[in-house]
Design a protein around this ligand. Structure first.
Ligand code: NFS
Length: 675
C-alpha cells in the first residue's frame, strides 16, 4: 500500500532502538516497521518520556487539593531526623504507604471484579437463563462446593445420597456471589490455606470480611486525614490483597474451570508468527474469558468458516494478547500472538482484521494504530470504552453471548477484504506445552493411580528439585522486553528450581521456547532435568492467567498437605518473582504472596525509595509477622540468586540441605566415598 496513506504520529518523537527495546526478534522487526510507517509505539514513547522522579520514589501525595505535595529525598540522603512533611503534616511513610495501598485496592478490584463477572455468568447458568454457557467440569464443581459451604450429599432415610447437581450449582453460584458483599463473617476460601497460616491471619486481624469491603476500606482509609500509621495502612493492604488472592481471583479461576473446563496439558504455538496472511485474523485482548470463550466457539463454527471462504479467506485464525490469551490457550490451545508489549505490534502487521478487547491492560493508543490500517477495534465491556471515533463498541452480554460473538466474528470476516497496508507478519513462532493446573500437576507428578504431590515433595526433599519459584507478571516498557523474565527463569532452572509461571511472564517463557519438555536437557541443572525427563514435563509450568496465581497458592498448599516440607507456606523452599511488573494488579498479587508467607522479589523498581522506613517494613519487618517479605532487584541474575539463597535458607531450616549436597555429587565424588 502507498505509505502516504498512513496516518502519521501527531508529533515527531524520539525513537526506540529496537535492539535495546526487546530481546525478541519479531518484536524488534515490528518496532522497526512501525517506525518506518511513522507510527509511534509504547517503545518509542518510553524513550521519549522520562518517568517522574518524585512519583518513582512514591512520595507525591495528590489525595487533596492542598497538594500535590512532593517530598523527594534530600540530595545525599537523610541526615539526622527526617523532617519532610506535606501541608497536613503527612510523612513520607504515610504518603508512600497510601500510594501503595491504592495500588493494592485497584489491583484487587480489577481481579475481583473480573471474578464477579464470572460468578454472575455462572449464576445465569445455574438458573438456566443462558444456554450459551454450560457446566463443563462437574468434578471441579463438586470439589469447590464444600469450600463454599455447599453440601454435595444428602441423607435420606439414613442413606447418604448425592445431591442433585443443579441444586449444588445454584447454591455454589449464590454463595460465591455473596462473597463480594456479605454483611458479616469472613471469606470462606481462607480456610483452604494451611491452618497455621489461617491462624496467623486471624491473630493479626487480617481475615477479609467480604471482597468489596476491603477495597472500599482502603479508599476510605487513604482519604485525606484518615489513617496516618504506615503499619496500619499496610495491614489493610494485607487484608485487601487476601480478598483478592484467596477471594476474587480464586473464585474467578474456580468458576471459570467449572464453566469452561479445568486446563490439562496440551500443545500449542505462540508469537506473532501464528497470524496468517490468507486467513481472517482476529485478536482477542484483555482478561475475561466470558467473552473470549464465545469468540472461540464462533470462530470454529462451520457456518462462519464457510462465510470466511466466500470472502476469499482460507480460514479464521484466532489469537490472543495478554491474559485472555492465556485463558483460551490453557483450555483450547488457541495460540497467543504475544505479550502485553506486543499489542500495538500485532496491528502493525497489517493482518489484524479485528482486535476485540474487554478490560485491563489495553492501550488507548491501539485506536491510533488501528486508524493507520483497516483493523477494526471493538470494545465490548460497558466499563471500558475508548474516546476515539474509529472504535466500535459492541456490548457483550451473557444472555445473548453467542449472538454477540457471531456478530463480531462476522464483522472481522467482512473486514478481511479491506486490508490496505502491505501485510508483514514476522515469521517467529514457537511450540509450547501448556495447560497446567493444581489438578494436572498432581496427576503428572503422582501418576494416574497415585495422584498426589508426594512425588514432587520427595524430589524436593531428596534435592533433585532445589525448590519452587513462581515467576509471574507483566512486561514493562521501562525494561528490555522479556529480557528479565527469560534471564531469571533460565538462571532458576539452571539451579534446579522448578518454575511455575502465569500472565505475561508465561507468554514470554513460551515465546523464548522455555515451555517445551526438551528445554530441560538444554537449560536445567542435572536434578531438575532428570525429574522433567522422567515425568515428561517442561521445567517451566504454565499455570494460566494472572487470576490463576491462585493456582500457585493452592499448589503450594497441596505441597504442605503432602507432608515433609513444613506446616505453613512460609516453610516451603519457594520464592516469588515479578521481573518486569508494571500493573497495580502486580502489587496486589505481591502483597497477597507476602501475606501468605512467600519471599517475593520484584524487578525494575518499587515506588518506595522516598520512604526508607516504610521500605524497611515491607522488605524486612513483614517477614516477622507473616513469614514472607518484599524485595526488589532489577539485575536479573542477582534477582534469581536472591530467590535461590532464600530457597537454600528454607532447605536448611527444614534440615534437607544435606540431601541436596549428596544428590549433586558427581561420579568422582561418589568414587571418593567408595560407594
Ligand atoms: Ni497480569 Fe494479565 Fe500481562 Fe501484567 Fe496485564 S495481561 S492480569 S497485568 S501485563 S501480566
Amino acid at each position: 500500500m502507498a505509505e502516504d496513506k498512513i496516518v502519521k504520529a501527531e508529533k515527531e518523537i524520539k525513537l526506540a532502538d529496537p535492539l535495546e527495546a526487546s530481546i525478541e526478534t519479531s518484536t524488534q522487526l515490528m518496532i522497526k516497521r512501525a517506525q518506518q510507517l511513522k507510527i509511534d509505539t509504547v517503545f518509542d514513547r518510553a524513550v521519549d518520556m522520562k518517568p517522574c522522579n518524585i512519583g518513582l520514589q512514591g512520595i507525591c501525595c495528590k489525595n487533596c487539593a492542598m497538594g500535590p505535595c512532593r517530598l523527594p529525598l534530600p540530595k545525599g540522603g537523610i541526615v539526622g531526623e527526617d523532617t519532610r512533611k506535606g501541608l497536613c503534616g503527612a510523612t513520607p511513610n504515610t504518603i508512600a504507604a497510601r500510594n501503595f495501598a491504592r495500588m493494592v485496592a485497584a489491583g484487587a478490584a480489577a481481579h475481583s471484579d473480573h471474578g464477579r463477572s464470572v460468578a454472575e455468568v455462572f449464576l445465569s447458568v445455574a438458573r438456566k437463563e443462558t444456554t450459551d454457557y454450560k457446566i463443563k467440569d462437574y468434578q471441579k464443581l463438586i470439589s469447590i462446593a464444600p469450600h463454599l459451604g455447599v453440601a454435595t450429599t444428602v441423607e435420606v432415610d439414613g442413606e447418604v445420597k448425592d445431591r442433585d447437581i443443579d441444586e449444588i450449582a445454584l447454591e455454589v453460584a449464590e454463595n460465591a456471589l455473596k462473597e463480594w458483599g456479605k454483611p458479616e463473617g469472613e471469606l470462606m476460601y481462607l480456610k483452604r490455606a494451611p491452618k497455621p497460616l489461617y491462624d496467623k491471619w486471624k491473630k493479626m486481624g487480617v481475615l477479609p470480611r467480604n471482597i468489596d469491603r476491603e477495597v472500599v476500606d482502603i479508599m476510605h482509609r487513604t482519604h485525606m486525614g484518615v489513617d496516618q500509621d504506615y503499619k496500619n495502612i499496610i495491614k489493610q493492604c494485607s487484608r485487601a490483597s487476601l480478598a483478592d488472592g484467596w477471594g476474587g481471583a480464586m473464585l474467578a479461576t474456580d468458576l471459570q474451570d467449572v464453566m469452561f473446563g479445568t486446563p490439562t496439558p496440551l500443545q500449542s504455538e505462540i508469537n506473532m508468527g501464528i497470524m496468517k496472511q490468507d486467513h481472517v485474523n482476529i485478536i482477542v485482548h484483555g482478561h475475561e474469558p466470558v467473552l473470549s470463550e464465545m469468540i472461540v466457539a464462533a470462530s470454529q463454527s462451520k457456518e462462519l468458516i464457510d462465510y470466511a471462504a466466500t470472502k476469499g479467506a482460507k480460514g479464521i485464525q484466532l489469537g490472543g494478547i495478554c491474559c485472555t490469551a492465556n485463558e483460551i490457550l490453557q483450555r483450547h490451545g488457541i495460540p497467543p500472538a504475544g505479550t502485553f508489549l506486543q499489542q500495538e505490534l500485532a496491528i502493525i502487521t497489517g493482518a489484524c482484521d479485528a482486535m476485540v478487547v474487554d478490560v485491563q491492560c489495553v492501550f488507548q493508543n491501539l485506536a491510533n494504530v488501528a486508524k493507520c490500517f483497516h483493523t477494526m477495534l471493538i470494545t465490548t465491556h460497558p466499563m471500558a470504552k475508548m474516546e476515539q471515533d474509529n472504535v466500535i463498541h459492541i456490548e457483550f452480554d451473557e444472555h445473548h453471548a453467542m449472538e454477540d460473538a457471531t456478530r463480531i466474528v462476522k464483522m472481522a470476516i467482512d473486514n478481511f477484504q479491506n486490508r490496505k497496508a502491505d501485510v508483514i507478519i514476522p515469521p517467529q513462532k514457537e511450540t509450547q506445552v501448556v495447560g497446567f493446573s493444581v489438578e494436572s500437576i498432581e496427576y503428572h507428578l503422582g501418576g494416574s493411580f497415585r495422584g498426589t504431590y508426594y512425588t514432587l515433595n520427595d524430589n524436593i526433599i531428596n534435592g533433585r528439585i532445589r525448590g519452587l519459584a513462581g515467576v509471574v507478571g507483566c512486561n514493562n516498557a521501562r525494561t528490555k522486553h522479556n529480557h528479565e523474565h527469560i534471564t531469571i527463569i533460565k538462571e532458576l532452572i539452571k539451579n534446579d528450581v522448578l518454575v511455575l509461571t502465569t500472565g505475561c511472564s508465561a507468554l514470554a517463557a513460551g515465546i523464548h521456547g522455555l515451555l517445551q519438555p526438551e528445554t530441560a536437557a538444554v537449560y536445567c541443572g542435572p536434578g531438575l532435568a532428570e525429574v522433567c525427563e522422567v515425568v515428561g514435563i517442561p521445567p517451566v509450568l504454565h499455570l494460566g492467567s494472572c487470576v490463576d496465581n491462585s493456582r500457585i497458592l493452592l499448589a503450594a498448599t497441596e505441597v504442605i498437605k503432602a507432608g515433609g516440607l513444613g506446616k505453613d507456606l512460609c516453610d516451603i523452599p519457594a520464592a516469588g518473582s515479578a521481573p518486569e511488573w508494571m500493573s497495580e494488579k502486580a502489587i496486589a498479587i505481591g502483597q497477597y504472596f507476602v501475606t501468605s508467607g512467600v519471599y517475593t522479589v520484584f524487578g525494575y523498581h518499587m515506588p518506595l525509595d522516598g520512604a526508607p522506613v516504610l521500605k524497611n517494613y515491607l522488605y524486612n519487618e513483614m517477614e516477622k509477622i507473616y513469614g514472607g517479605k518484599w524485595d526488589c532487584e532489577p539485575d536479573p541474575i542477582k534477582h534469581a540468586h536472591k530467590m535461590i539463597a532464600h530457597i537454600d535458607k528454607k532447605r536448611k531450616e527444614l534440615g534437607i540441605d544435606k540431601a541436596r549436597e549428596r544428590v549433586l555429587m558427581d561420579m568422582a565424588d561418589r568414587q571418593a566415598l567408595g560407594l
